[in-house]
Design a protein around this ligand. Structure first.
Ligand SMILES: [Zn+2]
Length: 357
């Protein structure tokens, strides 16, 4: 859901506190690992708390139980509660927080606002006896990226392979010292370079030959583009004032601030969950009519006016609290699909926006 490789360089996602080998049967999901959230996870007998914001962000020089953070770390460790966070890696991930926010505020056809990663693709070609084509193909499918709305894409064509087993060989087909001709399939697949090691392991485990023959070709095709923020379109243009009202309602916010002419037309919308003023120029450059984000400061608003782009400040909390319900459901589904029915995932229900309007 949030590959660690997608985290920004300054970020600190992953296991914050806890034992990676500990058993987990109850999981709580929350936005912030705040002291009351940690207490709630402990009193609900959870062994794992999954949050968006990290518990430990700036390097610690001490863990005094007298500070709120030190107290939280102590409480978690004493109760055997692990804390794991998925932060900018979840923001950027395909299907992550920015895609969720885009869906909530009515956007479609979204792409990243600032691309940070382009997946490198490799062509894997492997020669397989026809009898084992299905087995090898099925072993490789889980490692392949989706191509648009298509999964499990491969191509196979028949041909003739030759080999001569030398002394010491234990050939699956043929005998030592005798040249062999076999009908084989040439199986071709596109694979992300980062997934190669695991794919090759499964390839070697599923292939019947002692020395499977395979080739890896570097490609100029671009793989999936990932990054922070999103840019997409509304189904039909709206006035800025009307759209701001829709964003407020979609995020169940009591109100929000915006910058720009309420009667101006918006159809191309950029967004960044949480704190996205740093993406203002990217949004303006990509031709967005408005940037929806949180944590807008006075000078960001002035910059937006100068750049001729509108801003909607939906609040850091309101633009991110939506992850709690989403991650709870996705985790539950993933656990069930993988045979961990006994594991319970509960959304934390006590968090509220520190800002009142
Ligand atoms: Zn945030």
């Amino acid at each position: 859901m949030a590959p660690a490789s997608l985290a920004e360089a300054w970020d600190n996602p992953g296991l914050q506190v806890g034992n990676p080998g500990a058993d987990v049967t109850r999981i709580m999901v929350a936005l912030d690992p705040a002291p009351d959230v940690i207490s709630s996870a402990v009193s609900s007998s959870c062994q794992l708390l999954v949050t968006h914001h990290p518990l430990i962000f700036k390097p610690l020089k001490s863990i005094s139980f007298a500070t709120p953070q030190g107290h939280s770390i102590h409480t978690a460790i004493s109760a055997g509660l692990s804390v794991l966070c998925m932060h900018t890696n979840y923001d950027s991930a395909n299907g992550g927080l920015n895609d969720l926010l885009a869906r909530k505020i009515g956007l479609s056809g979204c792409s990243p606002l600032r691309i940070s990663t382009v997946r490198e693709l490799v062509k894997l070609v492997v020669f397989v006896p026809a009898s084992h084509l299905e087995k090898v193909r099925n072993a490789l499918f889980p490692h392949l990226p989706a191509q648009g709305n298509y999964r499990d894409c491969s191509f196979a064509a028949g041909g003739e392979g030759t080999f001569l087993p030398l002394d010491g060989a234990r050939p699956f087909i043929g005998t030592v010292g005798k040249q062999e001709k076999v009908s084989e399939e040439r199986l071709e697949l596109l694979i992300e370079r980062q997934n190669l090691p695991r794919a090759l392991k499964d390839l070697l485990a599923s292939h019947p030959y002692e020395e499977p023959a395979y080739d890896l070709y570097p490609l100029l095709n671009e793989g999936e583009k990932l990054g922070l923020g999103r840019i997409g379109r509304l189904p039909s243009p709206l006035s800025l004032g009307e759209y701001a009202g829709r964003v407020r309602d979609a995020l169940s916010a009591p109100g929000l601030r915006y910058v720009g002419d309420p009667l101006a037309t918006v159809s191309k919308v950029a967004l960044c969950s949480g704190s996205g003023a740093s993406l203002l120029r990217d949004a303006a450059r990509s031709g967005a009519d408005v940037l929806v984000t949180g944590d807008i400061k006075y000078h960001d608003a002035r910059d937006a006016q100068d750049l001729g782009i509108a801003l909607i400040d939906a609040g850091h909390f309101k633009s991110e609290i939506i992850m709690v319900e989403e991650i709870s459901q996705r985790l539950s589904r993933a656990l069930e699909e993988n045979g961990f029915q006994g594991c319970l995932v509960m959304p934390c229900t006590l968090e509220s926006d520190p800002f009142k309007i």
